[in-house]
Ligand binder design. Structure first.
Ligand code: CO
Length: 214
C-alpha cells in the first residue's frame, strides 16, 4: 500500500487500540483539554514531543518550529503562549532544543539560505551575544552543542520578555520556565544546568514591563 494511504489505516488501528483500553476515551478527551505543560521544540521529525516525554493525548500543549525559536514578532508563537498562560493556566513552559539541530548548524556558518535567512537571524543573534564563549571553543562539535544549549537559554529569556507571561508571574508566580535539550544519539532529555532566575534578574531593568504597577 502507498505509505500515504497507510496513514489512515494506522489511524484506524490507533483508534481501535484506544477504545480497547477505554471505550469512552474520545468522548472524555473531546470535552476539554487541561494540559500541564507547554512544550516549545524543534520541528525536526526525530523529536516528537509527546513520545519523548512519555505523555498521552491531552497532557501537553505543543508548539514547534525550526530550531525552537521564540521570536517577538511571530504572532503564531505569541498566540500559543498567551493562550497557554491565560486560558489553559499552564504552570510549566518547556523550551526543548536538540543536539545536531540543522537550524542551529546553519546559523554557525554564514550562508545565504533564502527564505530561511530572517528566521536564522535570531540564531545568529544568539551566537553574537555569546560569541566570546563560543569562539574560544576549539572543538567544532562542542561549539555546535553549546550553541544548541545557549539558544534554548536565550529562547527562555525571550519568553520572560512577553507581557502575558510577566502579568501571570505577578498574579500567580507561574509559569515556571525550563531549559531542556534532547540528545538524538541516546534518546535522553536533560535539563540544562542554568539558573534562569538569576539570568532573568540580571536583565530585569531592561525587560520588566512594570505590569505590577498597572
Ligand atoms: Co532542530
Amino acid at each position: 500500500m502507498d505509505s500515504y494511504l497507510q496513514i489512515f489505516e494506522n489511524n484506524k488501528a490507533w483508534v481501535k487500540s484506544k477504545l480497547a483500553l477505554d471505550e469512552h476515551f474520545f468522548e472524555k478527551l473531546s470535552r476539554e483539554q487541561k494540559p500541564h505543560y507547554l512544550y516549545i521544540g524543534c520541528s525536526d521529525s526525530r523529536v516528537p514531543a509527546n513520545v519523548i516525554m512519555g505523555l498521552d493525548e491531552g497532557e501537553v500543549f505543543v508548539h514547534r518550529n525550526i530550531a525552537n525559536l521564540v521570536v517577538a514578532t511571530d504572532t503564531n508563537i505569541n498566540a500559543v503562549i498567551q493562550y497557554a498562560v491565560e486560558f489553559l493556566e499552564i504552570q510549566h513552559i518547556i523550551v526543548c532544543g536538540h543536539y545536531d539541530c540543522g537550524g542551529v548548524k546553519a546559523a554557525l556558518h554564514p550562508t545565504d539560505m533564502g527564505q530561511l535567512n530572517s528566521w536564522l537571524q535570531t540564531l545568529r543573534d544568539v551566537y553574537r551575544i555569546h560569541q566570546k564563549e563560543l569562539d574560544e571553543m576549539t572543538d567544532p562539535h562542542h561549539k555546535f552543542d553549546r550553541l544548541v544549549e545557549l539558544n534554548v537559554i536565550e529562547q527562555c529569556v525571550n519568553i520572560a520578555k512577553i507581557d502575558h507571561v510577566q502579568r501571570r508571574w505577578y498574579q500567580t508566580g507561574f509559569p515556571k520556565i525550563h531549559a531542556w535539550v534532547y540528545d538524538l544519539q541516546n534518546g535522553l532529555l536533560k535539563e540544562l544546568d542554568v539558573n534562569l532566575g538569576d539570568y532573568f534578574s540580571g536583565i530585569r531593568s531592561i525587560y520588566d514591563l512594570r505590569i505590577a504597577e498597572d
